[in-house]
Write a new protein. Structure first.
Length: 191
């Protein structure tokens, strides 16, 4: 049964990775619009789940510190965008986050705690900046709370996936899923 579940996870993730990364942004000025933003693009989903899985791979405090670093730095990037900070290469940084974090999971990199937090924080700042520049929200606190909660939920999904796949077959499946997701994204970008 476990192998069937893992096969389905790998298939769904690789299929999802082939979908457009920048789906239509949920418009509005509410918590719901903010919640919908991270789950509207495959790039966001893959990165946020990868942070959770990578935290499990690294173990120890990385399990909670890396997701917390991501959410808090993402909110800082959101505020920076709202205040008018213009960042070059935001899209490139977001795409880089997909590639780099998929590789971290696929290669089971056990980075030092603060190096991993710095890396996910750097990428999170750009993801938050994208949230801030793409929003039309009048109620910014509710919108920010929505996308922060959705992000935390995606991190929790990654943690659950990482914990559920602690067997050697599970670890190999998660690594393969990362490789397939990365291949799907690169194929979509190149096509």
């Amino acid at each position: 049964m476990k192998s069937v579940v893992l096969t389905l996870i790998v298939a769904m993730t690789s299929l999802g990775a082939a979908l457009p990364a920048h789906a239509e942004v949920v418009q509005g000025n509410s918590f719901v619009a903010g919640f919908g933003h991270p789950i509207a693009g495959m790039d966001h989903i893959l990165v946020m789940i990868a942070v959770g899985v990578w935290g499990v791979i690294a173990g120890g405090r990385a399990l909670w510190l890396w997701p917390v670093a991501f959410v808090s730095t993402m909110l800082a990037g959101f505020v920076a965008a709202i205040l008018g900070l213009s960042l070059p290469w935001t899209d490139a940084a977001i795409w880089s986050s997909v590639v780099v974090l998929a590789l971290m999971v696929a290669l089971a990199v056990r980075a030092p705690l603060w190096a991993g937090a710095g890396l996910v924080g750097l990428f999170a700042f750009f993801h938050g900046h994208a949230h801030g520049t793409e929003t039309m929200a009048a109620n910014l606190p509710a919108y920010a709370a929505g996308f922060a909660l959705a992000t935390a939920g995606l991190h929790a999904t990654g943690i659950a996936l990482g914990l559920a796949t602690q067997s050697s077959v599970g670890r190999i499946s998660v690594r393969m899923m990362s490789v397939l997701a990365l291949f799907g994204v690169l194929t979509w970008v190149g096509g």
